[in-house]
Design a protein around this ligand. Structure first.
Ligand SMILES: Nc1ncnc2c1ncn2[C@@H]1O[C@H](COP(=O)(O)OP(=O)(O)O)[C@@H](O)[C@H]1O
Ligand SMILES: [Mg+2]
Length: 342
């Protein structure tokens, strides 16, 4: 349905019917996304079979992607989702970056006797002309070392990459192990993608939430447990403790598998995450990202309020997104799979 509209028209429509507020920076970002979209639609497959510089047409840009960054709640994911929906290419894929990287590492492992990256890029290009990563960040040294060669191979094959991130490219992987190994990748992003920043003062996620409604209960009293367990007995929900989901070595793939199977989740006994609990914090961030992406209704019992969950530690930046999402997930605008509130 939305495919008949341009992104710009869709934005205008939503502003008119007051679904969203007009935001100058989003508007500018949309023009860039629309340009790329038009180009993809006009040239399609051909665009990438011929080297871009061979096109004389002034309408063809030299970019191979868009990198949309800014603080949480600025509308990055929304704009990318619109772009993705409006893109009429068959060969498009939107995937969690960490899941994608697991596939990459597996491919390399299976082709360890050859130069795997160019092979992988060819393989990817056969099915994917447009690759979208929402909430891109790097937390893994193995990924950091690989990224510049990997993306160089993708760009060479003509894969278009659109991503959103809380980080400016220059600030990716802060204080990471051997961070200098990432610098060629950062340079590549600067060279090949359009960087768009959404710097608005508003966190739209927070303005949408309603403080009176909550499915996040604290502290861990008997009453809290009774309340959340009542949610847990409703037909389509699943109960897990924090220790079960985040206290053991689990990752995006496990959470995605879970999210595929449930509508709602009751997550109990979330502790305050002190700096030494950084592994638990990292998993919790990933878990909430996945649940949010799948619009899973979430009920929590926790030791402390959302704002006190993670005061300090090395995942502080990423936790900002988690905090914002936890708040939005309480709002009446967010999906609700429960038959009645407790
Ligand atoms: N201009 C706007 N006016 C009102 N709500 C908006 C606007 N832009 C985004 N939103 C809403 O704010 C929330 C957060 O947007 P999202 O795209 O998830 O932000 P980000 O990915 O930057 O963290 C979403 O529910 C989205 O629909
Ligand atoms: Mg987002």
């Amino acid at each position: 349905m939305t495919n008949h509209f341009s992104l710009v028209q869709r934005y205008e429509q939503y502003v008119t019917d007051k679904t969203i507020e007009f935001d100058t920076e989003q508007w500018t970002a949309l023009q860039h996304l629309q340009t790329l979209l038009n180009e993809l639609h006009v040239y399609g497959e051909k665009l990438t079979r011929v080297k871009r510089w061979q096109w004389k047409s002034p309408t063809v840009t030299m970019w191979q992607g868009v990198y949309l960054h800014g603080d949480v709640g600025r509308g990055k994911s929304m704009l990318m989702a619109w772009f993705y929906e409006a893109c009429q290419l068959q060969k498009k894929r939107r995937v969690h970056f960490h899941v994608f990287m697991q596939e990459v590492h597996l491919f390399i492992h299976e082709h360890s006797n050859q130069d795997a990256l160019p092979l992988l890029a060819k393989h990817v290009r056969e099915t994917t002309q447009l690759l979208c990563f929402d909430e891109f960040y790097i937390s893994d040294i193995a990924d950091a070392m690989l990224l510049s060669r990997l993306f160089e191979a993708f760009f060479k094959e003509g894969v278009i990459v659109v991503m959103t991130s809380n980080y400016h490219p220059d600030n990716l992987y802060p204080n990471g192990l051997q961070r200098t190994s990432l610098l060629p990748f950062i340079a590549l992003l600067h060279e090949k993608t359009v960087l768009i920043e959404l710097t608005g003062k508003q966190d739209y996620r927070l303005t949408k939430s309603d403080n009176s409604a909550t499915r996040y209960f604290f502290p861990l009293t008997e009453q809290t447990e009774i309340t959340v367990s009542q949610y847990g007995t409703q037909s389509n929900s699943t109960i897990f403790s924090f220790a079960q989901l985040c206290g053991q070595p689990k990752g995006a793939r496990d959470y995605l598998a879970l999210a595929e199977q449930i509508d709602s989740l009751v997550l109990t006994h979330i502790p305050q995450l002190s700096p030494e609990k950084h592994n638990e914090a990292r998993r919790f961030i990933t878990l909430i990202d996945v649940l949010y992406e799948y619009k899973i209704t979430l009920v929590c019992s926790a030791e402390v309020a959302i704002d006190e969950l993670y005061i300090d530690g090395k995942n502080k930046n990423d936790f900002e997104r988690t905090r914002s999402r936890l708040i939005e997930m309480q709002s009446p605008h967010y999906s609700n799979h429960f038959s009645h509130e407790v």
